[in-house]
Design a protein around this ligand. Structure first.
Ligand SMILES: CC(C)(COP(=O)(O)OP(=O)(O)OC[C@H]1O[C@@H](n2cnc3c(N)ncnc32)[C@H](O)[C@@H]1OP(=O)(O)O)[C@@H](O)C(=O)NCCC(=O)NCCS
Length: 202
């Protein structure tokens, strides 16, 4: 580790795991804990075949699938392996997406990032704002060193979103996913904390 990096790390506020996900505030977006009352908005996202086209699990078939997901996200947060935030519009608290840090490994200071937005909100820069908030949390209070992502080779929007943040393509993983009756490849990307700090001029 470089000296400068260690200095910055010491100054980062430490995150303390409690019962609730930390709230992260952006300009237009708030990231907060998912609630039961978000089930319909969650279903609007994960019940949409276009949204899950490059995802790793099938579309939700009913509101119960979405309710189960909410319960599972809380269980995994309490087990300290995952953060799955609800991304809501700051003005109305309307849920428009999710952003996840999964496979959180504190010993090795790494996690994987994932995200999905309601299709009606694509292309307006919301995903960029959401991902920036989560990366700043991961490399700040959570004190991670490395973030990873696994992207379908045809998911152009996801590549653009990550590469704008400094993620680099690190590997091509053949036939890694069985999704919607197909066997799909994955592209692995990684972002290191010092690279991101430099890119953001921090
Ligand atoms: C991936 C996703 C979150 C991007 O959301 P978004 O609202 O379009 O993101 P943004 O508006 O912040 O755009 C991010 C960048 O990607 C670009 N982009 C978005 N969709 C694109 C596409 N289909 N092709 C090429 N570039 C695209 C945008 O132009 C923008 O780049 P810019 O700032 O240079 O203009 C959204 O498409 C989504 O929810 N997809 C379904 C779920 C999914 O596939 N998640 C990723 C799994 S790895």
């Amino acid at each position: 580790m470089q000296e400068g990096e260690e200095g910055k790390m010491k100054s980062a506020a430490a995150f303390e795991w409690g019962d609730e996900l930390p709230r992260l505030d952006g300009e237009r977006i708030v990231l907060r804990q998912l609630r039961d009352s978000d089930a319909e908005d969650l279903f609007a996202i994960f019940g949409d075949d276009e949204v899950i086209r490059y995802w790793s699990s099938p579309a939700h078939e009913s509101l119960d699938d979405s309710r189960d997901l909410i319960l599972d996200t809380l269980r995994q947060f309490k087990a300290r392996t995952m953060f799955e935030w609800c991304a809501a519009l700051r003005d109305s608290d309307r849920m428009i997406g999710t952003c996840t840090l999964l496979n959180v490994d504190i010993a090795h200071r790494r996690a994987e990032i994932g995200y999905a937005l309601n299709r009606g909100f694509w292309g307006r820069g919301y995903a960029t704002e959401i991902v920036e908030l989560v990366i700043a949390f991961a490399f700040g209070p959570l004190n991670l060193h490395r973030l990873e992502a696994d992207v379908h080779p045809d998911n152009a929007g996801s590549f653009r979103l990550l590469e704008k943040q400094g993620f680099k393509r690190e590997g091509y993983l053949r036939e890694r996913w069985h999704h919607l009756g197909r066997i799909e490849d994955g592209v692995y990307l990684g972002l290191l904390r010092p690279e991101w700090l430099e890119l953001k001029g921090k």
